[in-house]
Design a protein around this ligand. Sequence first.
Ligand SMILES: Cc1cc2nc3c(=O)[nH]c(=O)nc-3n(C[C@H](O)[C@H](O)[C@H](O)COP(=O)(O)OP(=O)(O)OC[C@H]3O[C@@H](n4cnc5c(N)ncnc54)[C@H](O)[C@@H]3O)c2cc1C
Length: 424
Amino acid sequence: MEVATNPKMTECDVLVVGAGPAGSGAARACARAGLKTVIVEKRREIGYPVHCAEGMGNYLLPFMPFNIPHDQFVWKTDGIEFWAEDITVRRSGVLWSGYTVNRREFDKWLVRKATKAGAQLMLETELVDFEFKHNHVVEKAVLRGKQGKVEIKPKVVVGADGSDSTTLKLLGEYHPKKGATAEIYAWEMHNMKLTSPKYEQIFVGDFTETGYAYVFPISKTKANVGIGCAFPKKPIEEYFNEFLEIPEMKRQVRNAIRAEDKGGKANALPLCDKWHYGNILLAGDSADQNFKPFVEGILPAVICGDIAGKTIAKHIQGKGKLDEYTHNVKQVLEPLLHQSNQVGNLIYDLFNMKEPKEYLLLLNLLADLNTPEKIRQMQTQTYEHIKDKTLEWQKPQKQIPTQINEYLYHQYLKTERLIHRLLG
Ligand SMILES: Cc1cc2nc3c(=O)[nH]c(=O)nc-3n(C[C@H](O)[C@H](O)[C@H](O)COP(=O)(O)OP(=O)(O)OC[C@H]3O[C@@H](n4cnc5c(N)ncnc54)[C@H](O)[C@@H]3O)c2cc1C
């Protein structure tokens, strides 16, 4: 990996802040278009520490701008099992299957794609300030790193600095709603006795009233186990310990050990109003470009980063404008984005219900048993009625019901051959 320790460049076409999936995707696209591109990353090691459950859905692969080699996938999953109120619903098939990656390696592989294309990477270098030419137009970025203070004059900035975005804060546009950033307490656990190692597991229940818990397998005996909470009323670790005590988990973790802390903060609602300010484009978590309900953001960040990079290239070559970015993203990722916003808002409404049927409705939403509109109508139905309807899903696979799934399914079929090629 080419790392610049003492960069000579004081001017560049594009300054990318953050070398996560969004930043690497953007930097690769800019560098491939021949732009002078600098990526700054405050961490010492790309991708580490890991704050992620490392799962990625098959359904997003058709939207990726490049091939992911097989050796990046450490485990293959056939679907997801959802659990609430002693009901287990299993979803499988192309839209529910996926892969587990190793983010410590995957993020390095991604940034290498950017540096191979010609982007200059500065590790242990943090964006600390902007000087603005006028409203939202950055003249100069002030960076702090092991080489001291560095100033760079970029034509365009990509804010790919995640859910705690300095770019947004310096812009004065960091306005998360209360609870928008959920706390996630998570561990990579070893020596587990997984009941179904080929299935991811999602749990809802009173062990976390404003979130859900997950088990994402990495092998037959290892998994990322975590619990999220939007409005924690006590230390989040306590929720985790209670979750491990439920019978379904107790069996699986009896002899397990906590090997690596992988918790963090995930933004479940937007942090700002727009994805484009002046000469700045936002990509990835800073722009809330992750898909609810699972806050799935690895592949969306790469996809949107790539679109940001291509939009910037056209702009600098005088063939397009930066304000086309939002439209360009929507062209690729609608109707998924729309669905994700609807689901995100509904989840927060359900968190506020404070009635036992909240968990059944959450199960319906997470497992996509009904559309968000239908689930809103179901809020007025009795607990018993909702439970009976949900129990029907315990029977082997009913047909996929919702419009969004039909869309994705067709998208998938159209690109199935492409996927085989992408997977090498
Ligand atoms: C606990 C947890 C579990 C998750 N599980 C999954 C999952 O299973 N599947 C999935 O798809 N998504 C998951 N996500 C979401 C996913 O991790 C994010 O959506 C994804 O990493 C977003 O990529 P990004 O590039 O936008 O941001 P990040 O990956 O956060 O990268 C931002 C980078 O910017 C750097 N940075 C920040 N500030 C500065 C600064 N001032 N100067 C320089 N560098 C800076 C950071 O160090 C970081 O490297 C999970 C998130 C959490 C917290």
